[in-house]
Design a protein around this ligand. Sequence first.
Ligand code: FES
Ligand SMILES: [Fe+2]
Length: 437
Amino acid sequence: MIATSMKRLVDVDSGIISREIFVNEEIYRQEQERIFTRAWLFVGHESQIAKPGDYFSSYMGEDPVVLSRDRQGQIHVFLNSCRHRGMKVCRYDEGNTPVFTCPYHGWSYGLDGSLVGVPRFKEGYYGELDKSQWGLVEVAQLCNYKGTIWATWDPKAPPFLEYLGDFRVFLDGTLDAFDGEDGGSEVLGGVHKWVIPTNWKFVAENFNGDHYHHPTHISVEAVGIGPGRTGEARHSDVQRHRRHMTSFPEKGHGWRGGPPQSLDEEIYPFPRFELPEAEAYFQAAYDRRKKIGAPSPPTWMFGGGGNVFPNASFHIAFPRSICVSHPRGPLHTEMWRWYLVDKNFPDAVKDHFRHYSMRYGGPAGMTEQDDMENWCYATAASKGPIARRYDYNYQLGLGHGGVHPRLQGAWVSDGEFSERNALSMYGHWAEMMDRAD
Ligand code: FES
Ligand SMILES: [Fe+2]
């Protein structure tokens, strides 16, 4: 482990952070141990494993895992590595199976992870192998939150809802249906997956707290790739109330937007859609919101996205998406993007959002390409011996803002532009990195 304290590299009070934390191999190794084995990580969505026997292959940091549903309907997350010699017991992205059979020597595991079959059990192991001790390694804690599956390897980690704290309200905005139905979303299609040459924290930081990078997306705004109609702004122009930034210094989460607040004007909260089915759906959703007294205006009107520490980023609406930046060495990240839609969307509306999602995000998405260029060129220009001597500046809005009036443990900026969110994230990162137990 590295001798120096990470707090020497992350100076929250001065807004100065060393480039080493983005490029250094030893720091990266320590991150794998101290961040990714302890934090709650996003694994997948229950709509991806709807039936008994369904499975979905995912990752927790660098460790491959498999998310499965057993015959009783119970959800599990296992290390995708055979206990005999480590082969992946599941090599497919997703599917349905009665059993996971290792292709190497044939050990097989039930959907609950138990070792159920061992070739040559009698004549090779003389019936003496204690199968009960050699099941797949299961995560220490798992939480199904409104259909999203989160897991941690750390039995001492706080329960997921405590880990989220009051940040939960922003995740709710992403997981509830547009008409306010609790957890009324599901995954649309498959998952976008691609590898880019940057450190995972560049991605997490951008979602967590970079609301300053408007110049990056000028061309996309000029084209007008919005969700509703030709020429509309990205995310739609209804999200024009982002007046603050909110972060949780003790937890590392950040929200690129302000607190839920009342508006002094009556606002129709959705884009106007050219597609009649979409327009009808959202108008009905608006009426239902009013009728059931769903929090109005909805949280997502006040921001574009956030990040659950360490690497589960999300866009709250238009597109509604979860983006996990899996670490792949200090200089590479495997990006995975899930897109969420209301379960009750008519097929034509789902298809409309499928097109919008592709136009916006993923390896070919216009907005995502803008961001990726920055992260990748910044990484390339920060790893050389001279570049590494010069720290990054996080002083935007430094010293302005204060304790959030309603959300426990949260800090809120005075204005729209502040890098305090990133400092909260890296301050928490440094705490975890320095904690040896
Ligand atoms: S590695 Fe799986 S059975 Fe040998
Ligand atoms: Fe961006």
